[in-house]
Write a protein that binds this ligand. Structure first.
Ligand SMILES: Cc1cc2nc3c(=O)[nH]c(=O)nc-3n(C[C@H](O)[C@H](O)[C@H](O)COP(=O)(O)OP(=O)(O)OC[C@H]3O[C@@H](n4cnc5c(N)ncnc54)[C@H](O)[C@@H]3O)c2cc1C
Length: 339
C-alpha cells in the first residue's frame, strides 16, 4: 500500500498519534507501520510504573477523550494515580485501533529521505519505506559527572529497589540533583530507606509550586513533600544545597555514597539523513516545537520532541499526556494536508 506512515517508538506519544490518525483522520490502520523493540506501552510502564502521576486521572481521561478514546472511570478522578494505571488505560484504549497495523520489534537506526520516501533502517537489518514518519523515541535521564556512584532514576523512584543500595542500619548519604517532581519524590524515598539526603536545587528558590502560579511547578505528592522539606528537612534528614554554590555541592558529594540525577532528560534519536546530509548537530536535531517538524514529513513528539511554552523569558518543556495530545491536535491542519 502506498503512502505508509511509520511510527518510530511506541510509547505514550505515538500511541496518542496512532489514535489521532485512525480516529480523527480516518487513516486505514494497514497504512501504519509501528516500530519499537517492546510494544509494551513505553517508559510509563517499563520505567515509571510505580510513580504516582503528577497529573490527575481526570486530566488524563480528558486528553484521551479529545482523541475519541475512552478511559475507564475511577472512584477519585481528581487524584493522581500510579503511572502503571495510566499506562494500562492508554494501552487498552488504543490496542483495538492498531490491531491491523504492521508491527516490527526492533530499533530504528537510521531514517533517510530520498526521492520523496523515508527509508527506515532497523536493527534487524531490514529497511522499510514510508512517506511520513512520526518519531517519538522517548528520553533517558540526563547524567551529571558527579564522580560518585549513581543510582538510576527509575531505581531511586521505586523504594524497594532503592533499598537494595541502602541496607537497613547503614549510615548512607545520597546527593539528589533536581527538585522538580522526581527529585522531590526521591528525597522522600531516600529518607524512608534510612539514609540522609543532600537535595541540590538550581537557582535561589529550592522549589517552585504550581499552587503559587509557577508554570510546571511541583504539585500533588511532590508539593506535600517539598513543604515538609522546607519545614524541617523531613525530620532533619534532608539538607538543601544550591547548585550554584560550588563548595557546598562539593561538600555534599564528598559526603555522599551515591548520587541520583533527577535533572532532565536527553534523547538518543536515530540518525536522520536528508539528501545525503545528516541533520544532527552538536545541539541535536533541528526540531521546531511550534510545527513539530524535524524534516519534511518527519514529525517529532513526546518527551523527546515536546512542545514548549515561554513565560517571562523562561522556556518550559511540556511533558505530559495532556500536553502531547494538545501538541498533536495543534498540527491537525498541517498533518491533514499531507496525509
Ligand atoms: C518520572 C516521570 C513521571 C511522569 N509522570 C507523568 C504524569 O504523571 N502524567 C503524564 O501525563 N506524564 C508523565 N510523565 C511524562 C510522560 O508521559 C512520559 O515520560 C512518557 O513515557 C513519554 O512518552 P514518550 O512516548 O515520549 O516516550 P516513551 O514512553 O519513552 O516511549 C518511547 C518508545 O520508543 C522506543 N524507542 C526508543 N528508541 C527507539 C528507536 N530507535 N527505534 C524504535 N523505537 C525506539 C522505546 O522502546 C519506547 O517504547 C512522566 C515522566 C517521567 C519521566
Amino acid at each position: 500500500m502506498a503512502n505508509k506512515i511509520a511510527l518510530i517508538g511506541y510509547g505514550a506519544a505515538n500511541m496518542l498519534f496512532a489514535a489521532y490518525l485512525i480516529n480523527k483522520e480516518r487513516v486505514d490502520p494497514r497504512r501504519i507501520i509501528i516500530i519499537d523493540p517492546y510494544h509494551d506501552g513505553g517508559a510509563l510502564l517499563r520505567q515509571w510504573a510505580c510513580v504516582r502521576s503528577n497529573t490527575t486521572y481526570r486530566q488524563f481521561a480528558d486528553a484521551l477523550r479529545q482523541l475519541d478514546l475512552e478511559a475507564p472511570s475511577v472512584e477519585q478522578p481528581e487524584e493522581p494515580t500510579p503511572l502503571q494505571q495510566i499506562a494500562h488505560a492508554l494501552v487498552t484504549a488504543v490496542r483495538p485501533l492498531v490491531e491491523r497495523t504492521d508491527k516490527y520489534f526492533a530499533k530504528v537506526t537510521e531514517c533517510r529521505l530520498a526521492d520523496g520516501q523515508w527509508r527506515i533502517r532497523l536493527s534487524t537489518g531490514q529497511t522499510l519505506q514510508a512517506a511520513i514518519c512520526s518519531l517519538a523515541p522517548g528520553a533517558e535521564p540526563r547524567i551529571l559527572q558527579t564522580g560518585v556512584p549513581q543510582i538510576p532514576l527509575a531505581t531511586a523512584l521505586h523504594l524497594p529497589s532503592l533499598q537494595n543500595y541502602i541496607c537497613p542500619g547503614s549510615t548512607k548519604h545520597v546527593a539528589v540533583f533536581g527538585t522538580a517532581h522526581s527529585g522531590t519524590l526521591i528525597a522522600e524515598n531516600v529518607v524512608a530507606a534510612g539514609a540522609t539526603c543532600s537535595l541540590v536545587h538550581l537557582g535561589p528558590q529550592p522549589f517552585l509550586f504550581a499552587s503559587e502560579g509557577a508554570y510546571d511547578g511541583v504539585k500533588q505528592d511532590a508539593e506535600r513533600i517539598a513543604r515538609s522539606i522546607l519545614a524541617d528537612g523531613l525530620g532533619g534528614k534532608v539538607t538543601l544545597v544550591q547548585y550554584e554554590q560550588a563548595l557546598d555541592v562539593h561538600a555534599a558529594l564528598c559526603r555522599a555514597d551515591y548520587a541520583v540525577c533527577a535533572c532532565g532528560f536527553e534523547t538518543a534519536a536515530p540518525s536522520i539523513i536528508v539528501d545525503d546530509r545528516p541533520l544532527e548537530t552538536l545541539k541535536g536535531l533541528p526540531y521546531n516545537p511550534a510545527t513539530a517538524e524535524i524534516a519534511p514529513r518527519l514529525f517529532g513528539w513526546g518527551i523527546a520532541f515536546p512542545s514548549k511554552t515561554t513565560i517571562d523569558n523562561r522556556t518550559y518543556v511540556d511533558v505530559s499526556i495532556p500536553s502531547f495530545t494538545a501538541h498533536i491536535l495543534a498540527q491537525q491542519e498541517r498533518i491533514h494536508g499531507i496525509l
